[in-house]
Design a protein around this ligand. Structure first.
Ligand code: ZN
Length: 100
């Protein structure tokens, strides 16, 4: 139980770090379909984030946090958060257009 709670907390902190990247005004670069690059953070390298949702293996990132620990790192969370944000904005825009 405790272990689960701690894992959850770690994931939330990674999620928040991912959101912080986007909130700081950074925009992921779309390299190809389902392939993104998160601009480097201070003290960080440039990592490629790939969404493998088609073959069910989920998200991958080249950073040690993901490759060594197998967790969804802040880069993956940053891209997911950015995509969700873009979706939400597109829906809002469509709704606004329909009102006009
Ligand atoms: Zn990463």
């Amino acid at each position: 139980m405790f272990a689960d709670g701690r894992k959850m907390q770690t994931d939330i902190s990674r999620m928040l770090r991912g959101q912080t990247i986007i909130n700081s005004g950074v925009t992921p670069i779309v390299l190809a379909r389902n392939t993104y690059q998160v601009p480097p953070q201070p003290g960080d390298k440039v990592y490629k984030v790939i969404s493998n949702l088609n073959n069910n293996s989920g998200w991958t990132c080249e950073c040690p946090d993901h490759t060594h620990r197998g967790v969804e790192c802040k880069h993956i969370h940053a891209v997911k958060f950015w995509l969700a944000l873009k979706d939400a904005l597109t829906v809002q825009q469509k709704e606004a257009e329909q009102r006009d």
